[in-house]
Design a protein around this ligand. Structure first.
Ligand code: G
Ligand code: G
Ligand code: MN
Ligand code: NA
Length: 254
């Protein structure tokens, strides 16, 4: 309960920060985008990872204003990098179920873009399968409205949740992210390998870009390249970086 109270004051006290993990296109080697990941600089407990406070934020509903802050910060950062002369990289933000089903989600997205002066196609929103399954009819309506703003949609942690193929076909998706758990043992576990290959095939058939997350070794990347995966994200390439470090990393790389 104390943590929830602290969380209530965290936006005003400017205790949140975003770190950015780059994604690399396997074919061109270029950095195509970054995923924004939330951290909380707690005054007594130090730097907290999202699994320490997102569940509390979700439970209490605080995730709605926090998520709005994340979108605004991410859009502002994208424009700041461009103003510093960095070639544009897309920025992805994770959405929580509470946000998706909040009445103001579409206007919050539009407001974040407008405040930053950012074109919608540089912003990507990541949802998970289970968010869609809660109420498929409602979710599809919201996702279509979100898609009409011009932002991109990615399905995160794919393969780990519970969506049907029938539903996947109806979501206006741009991208599938293969869950890290399948990438981990992609070389040693025949089942994980089969699942990863199936997800890549599904993505290709539906004309979606496929991203593998949690790539930690060259051998995993080689396997993914061979099987037609489009992008990789993971410690092999880079850990999540603060804004300045990300700028330096992209400048050196692209
Ligand atoms: O950052 P890490 O790298 O530890 O992220 C752990 C989990 O927290 C991931 O599942 C990620 O999707 C989630 N997460 C990170 N940042 C955000 C955020 O801004 N909003 C939401 N809803 N989830 C986030
Ligand atoms: O669920 P989501 O994909 O949003 O989670 C992103 C999380 O994955 C973050 O916690 C991030 O720090 C973590 N992550 C990113 N790359 C790697 C990796 O190569 N290995 C592992 N174990 N975790 C990673
Ligand atoms: Mn994600
Ligand atoms: Na993920």
């Amino acid at each position: 309960l104390t943590l929830e109270n602290d969380l209530r004051r965290a936006i005003k006290r400017d205790e949140f920060l975003l770190v950015y993990q780059p994604k690399r296109c396997i074919a061109t080697g270029a950095i195509t985008g970054v995923e924004a990941l939330l951290r909380w600089r707690h005054p007594e407990l130090g730097l907290l990872p999202p699994d320490r406070f997102i569940p509390i934020a979700e439970e209490s509903g605080l995730i709605v204003p926090m998520g709005k802050w994340v979108m605004e910060r991410a859009c502002a950062q994208h424009m700041a990098w461009r103003a510093q002369g960095l070639g544009p990289v897309s920025v992805a933000v994770n959405l929580s179920p509470r946000q998706l089903y909040d009445d103001h989600i579409v206007s919050d997205i539009c407001e974040a873009l407008a405040k930053a002066g950012m074109e919608p196609d540089w912003l990507e929103l990541e949802i998970t399968e289970n968010m869609v399954m809660q109420d498929a009819g409602d979710a599809l309506m919201v996702l279509r409205a979100i898609k009409e703003t011009g932002v991109k949609l990615a399905i995160d942690d794919f393969g780990a949740g519970h969506t049907s193929f029938a539903l996947i076909r109806q979501i206006p998706l741009d991208k599938i992210k293969i869950d890290r758990s399948f990438v981990n043992d992609i070389l040693t576990d025949p089942n994980d390998r089969a699942i990863a290959e199936a997800i890549i095939s599904l993505g290709q058939a539906l004309k979606l870009r496929v991203v593998a997350e949690g790539v930690e070794t060259e051998a995993q990347e080689a396997f993914l390249r061979e099987h037609g995966c489009n992008e990789i994200q993971g410690y092999l390439f880079s850990r999540p970086l603060e804004a300045d470090a990300l700028h330096a990393f992209v400048s050196d790389h692209n």
